[in-house]
Design a protein around this ligand. Structure first.
Ligand code: KG4
Ligand code: ZN
Length: 345
């Protein structure tokens, strides 16, 4: 079995995946949402401490549920970038120690790549695919020609889509994280009640932008005499429509370039009901396969880390005591295609 570990942000996750069948035997996620909610966002120091507390018990629980023992683990896969540095250190230290103890290979996984391939867990990817990774920290499109041929083709120049949901939800007093709440309220709202201009980015058609939407929501709220239940639902519906339309138009733009057999959607925001529906429709219109991540693998999870590990090399220096996880066990750098790189950590 491949042991997967992810502690990159605010979810501690452990998974066990059967190498030969590709079946996920167990995928446990300990969410820290309750810990961070009072602060309105993730507090890095609290997050690393919570990972340190929950990782070992979660690992034992995973072994128990999968009816497995330490000796069933033949490979260990861990997210080593991008993420909060203290959080990554907890996971990589645990993984390195265990790999050394069990004398099994250690595989370092890029968290974004893990999301990118997550719609295919339980099966095989359809290449070449256009993949959108859309979460609280990232919004990026990739062209994926094979397991080893991944090229970044477009990304946001400012906020991530999930950030836009979270920040505007905060403005409406809806708590953290805002995405799921906005999505739910939007179901009973009028998406045309408030107008949002389509974001335009001067740098080129391959870029996205979400900071203007946040400003527009603030502007709408300031003009309103009161933010009652109906108005709030309408605002949520209009906001969701604006964010999802921007993502869908960009997906359509990339598909128009041709050469794709599949449209793949992943990341926390991929849980959004309208986005899922729009991407299915878009794929059908363009006669490509739709691969929409299963709900259990949308948010941060270790199953996606273990899934990708079968196609990534093991690191050579397992017992290095290097404190920076990205130095000794560097995950692959993703190729860029005409887009400006942003610092990911
Ligand atoms: O991938 P994820 O769990 O964590 C990272 O950011 O890496 O994604 C979390 C993000 C949050 O911004 C959250 O508000 C958003 O995903 N999200 C949603 C929905 N569910 C989660 N956004 C819109 N609609 C949803 N249903
Ligand atoms: Zn993530």
């Amino acid at each position: 079995m491949i042991l997967g570990i992810d502690t990159s942000c605010d979810e501690t996750s452990i998974a066990l995946l059967e190498r030969d069948s590709g079946r996920v035997a167990v995928n446990l996620i300990a969410s820290q949402i309750d810990l961070h909610a009072p602060h309105g966002g993730v507090v890095p120091e609290l997050a690393s401490r919570a990972h340190a507390e929950s990782l070992a018990p979660l690992f034992e629980e995973a072994l128990r549920r999968a009816n497995a023992s330490l000796h069933d683990i033949t490979t260990i896969a861990v997210t080593n970038t991008p993420g909060l540095i203290g959080c990554l250190l907890v996971g990589t230290s645990f993984a390195k120690a265990l790999a050394y103890r069990l004398n099994v290979p250690l595989v370092a996984i890029n968290h974004l790549e893990a999301h990118l391939f997550s719609p295919f867990i339980g099966g095989e990817p359809v290449f070449p695919f256009l993949g959108l990774v859309v979460s609280g920290g990232h919004t990026a499109f990739y062209r994926v020609a094979s397991w080893d041929d991944v090229t970044l083709v477009g990304q946001t120049v400012d906020d991530a889509a999930g950030e836009a949901f979270d920040k505007t939800a905060k403005l409406m007093g809806l708590g953290y994280p805002g995405g799921p709440v906005v999505d739910k309220l939007a179901q009973d709202g009028d998406a045309l009640a408030f107008a949002f201009a389509e974001p335009k980015v001067k740098m080129g058609a391959q870029y996205l932008s979400f900071s203007g939407i946040k400003t527009a929501v603030r502007y709408h709220i300031e003009k309103l005499p009161a933010l009652d239940e109906v108005v709030r639902r309408n605002l949520c519906a209009s906001l969701r429509h604006a964010i999802v339309s921007h993502l869908s138009r960009k997906a359509a733009y990339f598909l128009e370039q041709g050469g794709y057999s599949c449209l793949a959607l992943s990341g926390g925001v991929a849980m959004n009901a309208l986005l899922r529906a729009n991407f299915k429709t878009l794929a059908a219109e363009r006669s490509v396969t739709a691969a929409i991540v299963a709900p259990e693998y949308g948010a941060d999870n270790a199953a996606m880390v273990a899934y990708l590990a079968r196609h990534r090399p093991a690191v050579s220096d397992v017992c290095s005591l290097s404190t920076l996880p990205s130095k000794k066990i560097q995950a692959r750098e993703l190729k860029q295609c005409g887009v400006v790189s942003r610092e990911e950590t």
